[in-house]
Ligand binder design. Structure first.
Ligand code: F6R
Length: 637
């Protein structure tokens, strides 16, 4: 196959060819183009193309592009034969979570592939027939001439297909037991972990390795750790994806977030020459300080020289000068005045003093991200008399349990004299009983769940000092599918964001920058804000508006990326925790735990305490906890 990739990255640490793209979309377009080129070339000489396909969130944009190429460029799939990696077992093809349904929805229904060319492991088989079926599946791949290209995602366990830790290199298509972490990650799609099947049929590692070309794609911070271990670690059956290191034509295709733990990104000075600027020096020096276990101000020339950073001291040194410079930069990120301190010199503060008070617009993708991720800062802003608005982008109704909704309906039924309302509980109970496990909620149920989340968010806002009049529930339509799979953003979604921003014309915007939430909602929410801001970039208020990105639950900012650090006292952390508790429907057992085995308040506590500890280790003041933000320039949007 024609390789469209210009250069492959540094391979001192990396044991497999890896290419990093700015974002998942750019990367997906390139992979799709390569596949399309192959199909096109084969079509021209009348030969088949055999594709191994994956499901999950990773390949979605590749499929979307292939559909576009079919519709707009006439790319024909008549000579394409496909084999999917896996399917849950047991699973009926029409069920929401079935990979048959997934493939139809994302690809097969929109292209001209003959149905008999499509092969997806069958989740409906009787147990005693599975083994023969798997052998037949392998035989069919052979008969088709073997896989030309295999697309892979990677699970956080390091699985490819559903080859979980412990899968050996020579394994073939078979029935397997899913890892607990995989089941937790699938909980969103199944409306709760209990519903996730325990088993699956998957192609084996050996089956995958026989493919002529393999693309393993990974997007988002949640994959960064397993990518580092797969790309740079030793080959081990505990991370089955590491077997790909032995395949001669495998390419790892990553976005920046998934690549962020690789040595060439994390500590590029260990890989090769670095163009040192303020940002990279800060990153390197904070790393060095933490690595050496020494505060920044105690680092010596020798420390720099022994860690691949001699250039820094040669060009900007001696060490003490560099240390002071970085120390001051870090010091200047710390402020107890996130909205700016009026009547104070603001030349070294993250936020300007004037105007005061400011109009502040906090975007929260789900109804609790605001308090979880920046509850302390939100309270400070309100306390300092800024005009704080909070916009809840989605209803978050998907993460409320049925029994929670029933509880509220029961309450209403008991208090109401209206006959319809009296029946609310029983009719809701009926709809719950009629629902298939993992099925979609009724309209009524969804609206009750939306309302539950709204009253909780309001309670948390009131507790944090935000008046009801400044709370905005946008209920963006892209989220309202009743299932984990979301729609694309449409004009209606953009319009909601646009109108609010236009109305408030904020001096400060806060938005969620943790893009790795497992069902992609945060990423979509940020896209909507980013693109809207781009539209406004030439307006005078937008030029004066600072955008601060917070992270909270899924991953925290690296301390060297923090531009504003808001310290909380122990009392404030406790108060923030109470605001999080107002989201009672999310307590005890968040419905979409994904990686979350702990409650949100615990993670929020842990993250902010950890950030404070890191500042302390770097030699700055010792705080109880810190909420960190990075600054985003509207001109970047
Ligand atoms: C899917 C599959 C899995 C996924 C992996 C990543 O057919 O075989 O290995 O590729 O679990 O899933 P996402 O893409 O949803 O992060």
């Amino acid at each position: 196959m024609e390789n469209t990739f210009d250069h492959l990255g540094q391979k001192i640490f990396e044991k497999v060819d890896t290419i990093i793209f700015h974002d998942a979309l750019d990367a997906s377009l390139v992979v799709a183009a390569d596949i399309a080129n192959l199909i096109h070339a084969r079509n021209q000489i009348g030969q088949n193309t055999v594709l191994g396909l994956a499901t999950g969130s990773t390949p979605v944009r590749v499929y979307r592009e292939l559909v576009r190429l079919h519709k707009e460029d006439g790319l024909s799939f008549k000579r394409v034969i496909t084999f999917n990696l896996d399917e849950y077992y047991p699973m009926q093809p029409e069920e929401l979570q079935s990979y048959v349904r997934f493939m139809n929805e994302y690809l097969f229904d929109h292209i001209d592939i003959p149905p008999e060319n499509v092969h997806i492991p069958d989740g409906t088989l009787k147990r005693e027939n599975v083994q023969d079926y798997c052998a037949e599946f392998e035989r069919k791949i052979e008969e088709a001439g073997g896989l030309d290209v295999q697309l892979l995602g990677i699970g956080r366990t390091g699985h490819v297909g559903f080859n979980e830790p412990g899968s050996l290199k020579k394994t073939r298509t078979r029935l397997v037991t899913l890892d607990e972490l995989t089941r937790a990650d699938a909980a969103a799609a199944f409306f709760g972990e209990e519903q996730v099947p325990r088993r699956a049929i998957t192609m084996g590692v050996g089956t995958i390795l026989k493919s002529k070309k393999i693309y393993l794609m990974a997007w988002g911070e949640a994959k960064a750790d397993i990518i580092k271990r797969t790309v740079e670690g030793e080959i081990t059956d505990q991370i089955p994806a590491t077997f790909l290191q032995e395949h001669e034509n495998t390419l790892f295709v990553l976005d920046e977030a998934a690549a962020s733990e690789l040595t060439r990104r994390k500590t590029p000075w260990l890989v090769g020459p670095v163009k040192w600027d303020d940002k990279s020096i800060r990153k390197a020096v904070t790393w060095l300080s933490l690595q050496m276990g020494k505060p920044v101000l105690k680092l010596t020339d020798k420390d720099y020289n022994h860690n691949g950073m001699s250039d820094i001291v040669t060009d900007h040194g001696p060490a003490y000068n560099v240390n002071i410079r970085v120390f001051n930069q870090l010091q200047h990120t710390i402020t107890g005045w996130p909205g700016g301190k009026p009547n104070a010199d603001d030349s070294n503060r993250p936020e300007r003093a004037l105007p005061y008070p400011k109009k502040v617009l906090i975007f929260s993708p789900h109804p609790d991200d605001d308090v979880i991720s920046m509850g302390g800062t939100m309270m400070r802003l309100a306390e300092h008399n800024h005009e704080v608005h909070v916009a809840y982008q989605t209803s978050g109704n998907l993460s409320v349990y049925d029994d929670e909704a029933l509880r509220y309906a029961d309450f209403v039924s008991q208090y109401s004299s209206h006959p319809d309302e009296k029946k609310l509980y029983s009719s809701l109970l009926n709809s719950v009983n009629r629902k298939e496990p993992g099925g979609i909620d009724s309209e009524l149920m969804l609206s009750i769940k939306t309302n539950i989340r709204q009253v909780e968010a309001k309670a948390a806002c009131r507790y944090s000092g935000i008046p009801d009049s400044n709370i905005h529930f946008l209920n963006m339509p892209f989220y309202e599918t009743g299932r984990a799979k979301k729609d694309d953003l449409t004009d209606k979604d953009y319009k909601l964001i646009e109108e609010l921003i236009q109305k408030v014309q904020p001096h400060q915007i806060y938005a969620a920058g943790d893009l790795s939430d497992p069902h992609g909602t945060h990423r979509i929410c940020w896209d909507a804000i980013r693109k809207t801001l781009h539209k406004f970039q030439n307006e005078s208020w937008a030029k004066e508006c600072n955008v601060w990105l917070y992270r909270g639950v899924w991953q925290d900012w690296d301390v060297s990326d923090i531009d504003m650090a808001v310290p909380l006292s122990p009392g404030e952390r406790l108060k923030k925790r109470r605001a999080i508790f107002k989201h009672a429907s999310q307590k005890d057992q968040p419905k979409y735990p994904g990686s979350m085995s702990r409650e949100f308040w615990m993670i929020a506590d842990e993250r902010t305490i950890q950030t404070a500890k890191t500042y302390d280790k770097l030699g700055l003041a010792e705080y109880d906890s810190i909420e960190g933000f990075t600054k985003w320039k509207i001109s970047n949007s």
